[in-house]
Design a protein around this ligand. Structure first.
Ligand SMILES: Cc1cc2nc3c(=O)[nH]c(=O)nc-3n(C[C@H](O)[C@H](O)[C@H](O)COP(=O)(O)OP(=O)(O)OC[C@H]3O[C@@H](n4cnc5c(N)ncnc54)[C@H](O)[C@@H]3O)c2cc1C
Length: 423
C-alpha cells in the first residue's frame, strides 16, 4: 500500500522543520529545493563582509535528512503549482501530492523598480553574499592603485539602502571592515577614509523597535563612522549613483539594497488571494482557503494567527509554521475518516523576541517587555545565532571564527574569487 505523499517546496526554515516534524509519520515526504543547501540567512551579512566563509552558514539538505528514511530530497526548481490538479511542475518533471506545503520564502523586492536590481544587489542567497564581498574587496584593491582622487573616493564609498536589521548589520560590518580589519593591509589608501552611507526612508532606523533602541543604533553606527540618513527616499538608482528625493546625489562603487522583500512570482499564478507583496493569504490553520490539503508556511505566507497577530517574516516564525503544518497533517492522517477540517488546530505564533547586531559588542534586542542594548544584547545575539546554526561543525567553526575576530580584530574570509582574468 502506498503511503500518503507529502510534498514540501523549499528547504528553508519552514520546510526543514516541517519535514523533521514528520520523521515518525507513516508518510512519503519529498523535499524540493533549487539549492542543495539549507541557508542560515541571518548570517549572510557576515559572508558579505568577509567575516565568515560560505560553508559556515550553509548545510547540505541531503545530509540533514540522511537518516530520515521517510524523506527524499530533490534539487529542482519549482516552476508552477497547479492546485486544482494537485500537481507541482518542476525543472525535473511533475510531482503529485496528497498534502502540499509551500515554503518557498521571499526574494529581494524593489517596490516596482526592478531595473534597480542590476545596480544594487540584494542579500538573499550565498551567491548574493559572495558577489557583494568580492565587489567590496575589489573596490579597495582598485582604489589602492588609483591616482584620480574623485574616482578613489567613489571606490571607497558604499551605500546600504534600508535601515532594517539587515541594513544596520551590513553598514556596521562594512564600517568595521574598513576601519579595523583592512587598516594595515594597504599602503597608498587609508581605509579609515572609506565612506559608508545607510539610507532609510522612515524617520528612524529599525522601525520595529522603540525609539530609544533606534537612537542607540543610530549613535552606535555614527560612532563607527557610518553616515546615517533617515527620512530619505531613493528617487533614482543608476550604475554607481544614488539620487535622493531630497536633492542629494551619492557616487558609490557599491550600492546594496536591503529595503524590502516580496514573494516569488509563482504565488500570483496560483489563482488564490495574495497580499500586495505577493504573500499567500492563509487560514489560521495555515491552509489556503478552499484547498485544505495545501499549507503555506514561512515568509511566503500572509498569516494572522489565532490571537489576531500578524506573523512576522522571521526564522522562529517560519520554523513554528513548518512544525504546525506537520502537526495538522499528522493528526489528520491518524484521525478516522471523514475528515473534518473545521476542527483543525489553529496556529498561534510564540514571539521569542528579536534582535539586530550593529558591530563588535554592540547590538539591540527585545524580548516581550524587556529591552537590551550594548554588550549584553550582543552576547545574546552571539549565543542565539550559534544555537540556531544547523550542524555541530558549523557551530564550532563559527564560534572559532568569532573568537578569533573578537580577539584579533581580524576577518579570515577576505579571499577574492570569481574575478575575470586575461587568460
Ligand atoms: C540577510 C537576511 C538577514 C536575516 N536576519 C534574520 C534574523 O536576524 N533573524 C530572523 O529571525 N530572521 C532573519 N531573516 C529572515 C529569515 O531568514 C526568514 O524569515 C526565514 O529564512 C524564512 O524561512 P522560510 O522557510 O520561509 O524561507 P527561506 O529560508 O528563504 O527558504 C526558502 C527556500 O525555498 C527555496 N526556493 C525558493 N524558490 C524556489 C523555487 N522556485 N524552486 C525551488 N526552491 C525554491 C530557496 O532555495 C530556499 O531554500 C533574515 C533574512 C535575510 C535575507
Amino acid at each position: 500500500m502506498s503511503l500518503p505523499k507529502v510534498l514540501i517546496l523549499g528547504a528553508g526554515f519552514a520546510g526543514i522543520e516541517c519535514a523533521k516534524a514528520l520523521r515518525n509519520a507513516a508518510v512519503d515526504i519529498t523535499i524540493v529545493d533549487r539549492q542543495n543547501h539549507h541557508l542560515f540567512q541571518p548570517l549572510l551579512y557576515q559572508v558579505a563582509s568577509a567575516g565568515l566563509a560560505v560553508p559556515e552558514i550553509a548545510h547540505p539538505v541531503r545530509s540533514i535528512f540522511a537518516h530520515q528514511k521517510n524523506a527524499q530530497v530533490l534539487m529542482e526548481e519549482v516552476t508552477r503549482i497547479d492546485l486544482e490538479a494537485k500537481c507541482v511542475h518542476t525543472s525535473g518533471g511533475d510531482l503529485e501530492y496528497d498534502y502540499l506545503v509551500i515554503a518557498l520564502g521571499v526574494k529581494t523586492g524593489y517596490f516596482g523598480n526592478d531595473e534597480w536590481e542590476e545596480h544594487a544587489p540584494g542579500l538573499k542567497s550565498l551567491d548574493d553574499a559572495t558577489r557583494i564581498r568580492r565587489e567590496i574587496l575589489l573596490a579597495y584593491e582598485r582604489a589602492e592603485n588609483c591616482d584620480d582622487p574623485e574616482l578613489r573616493k567613489k571606490l571607497m564609498t558604499t551605500v546600504v539602502i534600508g535601515g532594517g536589521p539587515t541594513g544596520v548589520e551590513l553598514a556596521g560590518a562594512f564600517a568595521e571592515l574598513a576601519r579595523f580589519v583592512l587598516r594595515n593591509d594597504f599602503r597608498r589608501i587609508d581605509t579609515e577614509e572609506a565612506r559608508i552611507f545607510l539610507v532609510e526612508a522612515a524617520p528612524q532606523l529599525l522601525t520595529m523597535y522603540d525609539e530609544d533602541l533606534s537612537e542607540y543604533t543610530r549613535n552606535a553606527l555614527e560612532e563607527m563612522g557610518v553616515t546615517v540618513k533617515t527620512g530619505c527616499f531613493v528617487e533614482t538608482l543608476t550604475e554607481g549613483r544614488v539620487e535622493l528625493k531630497e536633492g542629494e546625489t551619492i557616487e558609490a562603487e557599491n550600492i546594496i539594497w536591503a529595503a524590502g522583500v516580496e514573494a516569488p512570482a509563482i504565488t500570483r499564478e496560483l489563482g488564490v488571494e495574495t497580499d500586495p507583496g505577493g504573500r499567500v493569504m492563509v487560514e489560521t490553520d495555515l491552509s489556503i482557503p478552499g484547498f485544505p490539503e495545501v499549507f503555506v508556511a514561512g515568509d511566503i505566507a500572509h498569516c494572522i494567527d489565532q490571537a489576531g497577530v500578524r506573523v512576522p517574516g522571521l526564522c522562529p516564525a517560519a520554523m513554528q509554521m513548518g512544525r504546525h503544518a506537520a502537526k495538522v497533517i499528522w493528526e489528520e492522517l491518524k484521525a478516522p475518516l471523514p475528515k473534518n477540517y473545521e476542527v483543525r488546530r489553529q496556529f498561534r505564533y510564540f514571539d521569542k523576541g528579536s534582535m539586530a547586531t550593529i558591530g563588535r559588542s554592540k547590538a539591540v534586542a527585545v524580548s516581550g517587555k524587556l529591552k537590551f542594548d550594548g554588550f549584553v544584547a550582543w552576547l545574546m545575539w552571539l549565543f542565539i545565532h550559534l544555537m540556531f546554526l544547523v550542524g555541530f561543525r558549523n557551530k564550532a567553526a563559527v564560534f572559532m571564527q568569532w573568537l578569533y575576530a573578537y580577539i584579533r580584530y581580524r576577518r579570515g574570509a577576505r579571499i577574492i574569487t570569481g574575478v575575470q582574468t586575461c587568460d
